[in-house]
Design a protein around this ligand. Structure first.
Ligand SMILES: NC(=O)C1=CN([C@@H]2O[C@H](COP(=O)(O)OP(=O)(O)OC[C@H]3O[C@@H](n4cnc5c(N)ncnc54)[C@H](O)[C@@H]3O)[C@@H](O)[C@H]2O)C=CC1
Ligand SMILES: O=C([O-])CC(=O)C(=O)O
Length: 314
């Protein structure tokens, strides 16, 4: 199993580190545009192998995609993170070009790879990568739902004073303020969460989850990386080990949930073929309205990308 991680910054290096110390891949190639940066990060992770006891080889390169050839899975984290006061959508003008050129390079050397996009704005960057890669939708997906549900589960674990391991949850929609957490599908050790927590506290946790990325940007002046890098590595693991795990993943919807052509987070089965199944939940009226609202927002940003692409080709 060979995995390439493009972007050796905070998220990319964290993802590469998890892939190495958990021996999810035999080889991890880190790529960055900054001279020597990926080489340094890869060397540092390799030098940790005798301490953390793993065999995964980590290799870093500056923009040399020949070294990524025949990767099974590619994680794209290249691009700017936001700063306080910015929305994820503000990153579109810089990150779209980066994600498209990186995808072109990746596909040229690894035409059979499965691509996991992390760069923001996530849903629209997944669209950008999919347009460029021209692969079936099952092989181009975005990471956000695992991170968003992890935040939700961590906040719930704290409020209920229970282990985060025992909290199961699913979440739909775009990666942003319009995401749709689903209390009806949240359980704690098999018990519906609504039996354990009052409505006001649950609503406050949902609001905090929606602003989870922004909370960290405010605290650190840049966005999060430990949970995002680990979330991307968990998707790689599900595919690499053919685990058939169920995660919320961003994918192009083709009629599911009555939505056609929009890239949104939905629960899927992840295995060796990428997204092996999209799971359709029976939503109630309120949940359907929230999902429509999230779709509308992502659509608008997809249209911004379309007009950027059109003006470039004119
Ligand atoms: N989907 C999600 O849930 C999350 C997404 N993100 C996004 O992930 C991206 C990366 O975030 P960080 O790692 O914190 O940023 P960072 O600034 O630490 O790292 C980004 C790296 O990309 C590199 N890069 C830029 N252009 C490149 C190119 N053309 N080819 C190769 N490398 C290139 C930069 O040199 C830099 O090292 C951001 O867009 C951020 O918004 C971050 C957290 C969660
Ligand atoms: O908030 C950001 O810009 C990064 C991100 O997507 C997250 O941490 O959820």
């Amino acid at each position: 199993m060979k995995v390439t991680v493009v972007g050796a910054g905070n998220v990319g290096a964290t993802c590469a580190d998890v892939l190495a110390y958990r021996e999810i891949a035999n080889e991890v190639v880190l790529v960055d545009i900054k001279e020597g940066f990926a080489e340094g990060k890869a060397l540092d992770i390799w030098q940790k192998s005798p301490i953390n006891l793993y065999d995964t080889r980590t290799v870093g390169v500056t923009n040399d995609y020949s070294r990524t050839a025949d990767s099974d899975i590619v994680v794209i984290t290249s691009g700017l993170p936001r700063k306080p006061g910015m929305t994820r959508d503000d990153l579109i003008s810089t990150n779209a070009g980066i994600v498209q050129s990186v995808t072109e390079n990746v596909i040229q050397h690894s035409p059979n790879a499965i691509i996991i996009v992390v760069s923001n704005p996530l849903d629209v960057m997944t669209y950008a990568a999919h347009l460029t890669a021209k692969l079936p939708r099952s092989r181009v997906m975005g990471m956000a739902g695992i991170l968003d549900t992890a935040r939700y589960r961590a906040f719930l674990a704290e409020a209920l004073n229970v282990s985060p391991k025992d909290i199961q949850a699913v979440l739909l929609g775009g990666h942003g303020d319009t995401m749709v957490p689903l209390p009806r599908y949240t359980t704690v050790g098999g018990i519906p969460v609504t039996e354990l927590i009052d409505e006001e506290t649950l609503n406050a946790i949902i609001e905090r989850t929606k602003n989870g990325g922004g909370e960290l940007v405010k605290l650190m002046g840049t966005s999060a990386w430990y949970a995002p890098g680990s979330a991307a590595a968990q998707m790689v693991e599900a595919i690499a080990r053919d685990q058939k795990r169920i995660f919320p993943v961003c994918i192009k919807l083709e009629g599911e949930y009555g939505i056609n052509g929009t890239y949104l987070g939905v629960p899927v089965v992840l295995g060796k073929n990428g997204v092996e199944k999209v799971i359709e939940l029976q939503l109630n009226e309120d949940e359907t309205e929230l999902l429509r609202n999230s779709e509308k927002h992502v659509r608008e940003v997809m249209e911004v990308l379309d007009s950027m692409t059109a003006s470039k080709s004119n």
